[in-house]
Design a protein around this ligand. Structure first.
Ligand SMILES: Nc1ncnc2c1ncn2[C@@H]1O[C@H](COP(=O)(O)OP(=O)(O)O)[C@@H](O)[C@H]1O
Ligand SMILES: O=C(O)C1=C[C@@H](OP(=O)(O)O)[C@@H](O)[C@H](O)C1
Ligand SMILES: [Mg+2]
Length: 176
């Protein structure tokens, strides 16, 4: 199987879905952020602070090209991965891209809780975060919408439904 790349905005559930699909199907799961952190022995937040965003994007592209060579792998990208260099076109050549399409409301609720480890939003208050999400989604949508498969990840949204989302995904992509 060619690699599957999960793309979408921060908080849409790429890491969560990738991990669950991997647990059900036995295929390998790679979270690109975690992979980068393992390679450079620094958190994403530290890498942003050390190299700036553009330095991080260079590392991210290099690591994407590395993991994109693997077989039978589901890769959870970072939210920005498809939006820099030719990464989105590269992923479309190398495998199957899946966009987890999620509403601003849902992203906002999730990111208010999980913003501290995400350097682009760590210091934003409630209102600033909402504005940031709306603006970023608008500028990133042209990249996300190039994905081969779109999964409306809003429809199923509770603890037990995480696995239902995963099962639906597995069926849609014929991973059984
Ligand atoms: N299908 C889902 N239902 C409910 N909560 C979810 C679902 N997918 C993700 N979450 C929650 O949303 C937050 C962000 O998920 P995460 O997988 O880290 O997103 P991403 O990797 O796209 O930034 C986490 O707290 C996670 O538990
Ligand atoms: O959207 C972005 O630019 C980013 C998303 C993050 O990953 P998640 O989408 O998994 O939060 C991480 O790569 C970094 O903080 C930058
Ligand atoms: Mg993630």
């Amino acid at each position: 199987m060619q690699p599957i790349f999960l793309v979408g905005y921060m908080g849409c559930g790429k890491s969560t879905l990738g991990r669950t699909v991997s647990a059900i199907t036995g295929c390998r799961f790679i979270d690109l952020d975690t992979y980068i952190e393992g390679r450079y022995h620094r958190t994403v937040k530290e890498l942003f602070a050390l190299h700036g965003e553009s330095g991080f994007r260079d590392l991210e592209r290099n690591m994407l090209h590395e993991v994109g060579q693997f077989e039978d792998v589901v890769v959870a990208c970072g939210g920005g991965t498809p939006c820099f260099f030719d990464n989105m076109d590269w992923m479309n050549e190398a495998g199957t891209t899946v966009f987890l399409d999620t509403s601003v409301d849902k992203l906002h609720t999730r990111l208010m809780r999980g913003r501290h480890k995400r350097p682009l939003i760590a210091d934003k208050n409630d209102e600033e975060l909402r504005r940031f999400i709306v603006d970023a989604l608008e500028s990133r949508m042209p990249y996300y919408s190039k994905a081969k498969v779109v999964l409306k990840s809003d429809l199923l949204d509770s603890e037990c439904e995480k696995s239902e989302t995963a099962h639906r995904f597995i069926k849609q992509l014929n991973l059984e």
